[in-house]
Design a binder for this molecule. Sequence first.
Ligand SMILES: Cc1ncc(COP(=O)(O)O)c(C=O)c1O
Length: 393
Amino acid sequence: MIKSLKALSKRVESIPHDPMLDFMDQVGKVDNLIDLGFGDPDFAVAKNTKEAFIKSINEDHSHYADGQGTFQLRKAAMDYYDQKYDCKIEDPNEILVTGGAAEAINLALLSIVDKNDGIMIIEPEYSQYSTSVALAGGQKIPVDTISNNFKLTPALVEKNYQTALDKGIKPVAIILNFPNNPTGKSYSLDELKELASIFEKLNLWVLSDEIYAEQSYRQKHHSLYPLIPDQTILITGLSKSHSMTGYRIGFAIAKGEVALAMRKIQDTFLTCLPTPIQDAAAFAVKYDPDAGKRTRKEYFKRIKLVVDKLNQLGFSAEMPDGAFYVWAKVPKRFIGKSFEFCIDLAQKARVQIFPGAIFSSTASDYVRISCAQSEKILSRALVSIENYLKQGS
Ligand SMILES: Cc1ncc(COP(=O)(O)O)c(C=O)c1O
């Protein structure tokens, strides 16, 4: 008998095709590929954090935890973000423990987006944003920052807001990410205040993704959260600050009704995050708050190595304000063709870097190089890139 199952949901169909998968498909299988694509820090988790994890397991912390996150972790996270970035979190209940920042983004969007609501996404973007907006049923409103050297301004917000309205799309939220993946741009307190004013004026929810706050090189990181606390959902976590990507600890921080809404959805998804991992995370933020400071110095050295060399090789790259990526314009002969360049580079030089097109349709002159690997690996990759370019490929 031929079964006639219902087709998959419209929701799934609406999820955009991931250009990263397209890229990886086209690269195919390459032996001994040096991967400077992904942003997974190579640093080990601190020894005492790992011990806290093991201790928790041995003490049989094997039961459900509070769905909001253990109080111990939420209190430690509140103190950590207040001390580090003056977030002015007033109550541990503002913090929801999530499965990485990735889940926090989904919970935030699912809590505020109704079908066809417009969500402004700053391009170039971290590609999960488009996927999550589609999953929540919203419509993406791209805000291209290339004309302003990849920085968002109040004028750009207003212009794109109006364009969306003219097309019949009502913008309800904006996703801001700083220090930015992929461009490395960040914002001073004064710049943030100006952005906060326009977000307030336009009544926009703001998902402020500050996951790279600890990787700020030029200036101290300032958070948007204390500037407009009633309309900001702060997205953060320990993946980058404590190099704990595989532990999957993130935070969605918000006040009032939206905090309760995210909790409600979290309950249906997960019930709670694993208890021993939360214990390890609580230890990490409370007793190792400077983990990010240790790795920051290392990232800075790596980034400088890559930026200097790329500029010698005919790329055009600036030192980023933050995060751990180098965003570079390709040498003249690859202008407009960074996708093809990156595929060829991976196949012939065995170095994977990501083409700008993964992050924005207007960024085909750019590439992103992740400095999540050691200086030794980066140096080897740079030699391979140099040889590839010399061979005139
Ligand atoms: C800008 C940005 N936000 C969120 C995430 C997701 O972080 P997590 O691993 O905590 O889910 C990443 C991961 O690379 C990222 O670059």
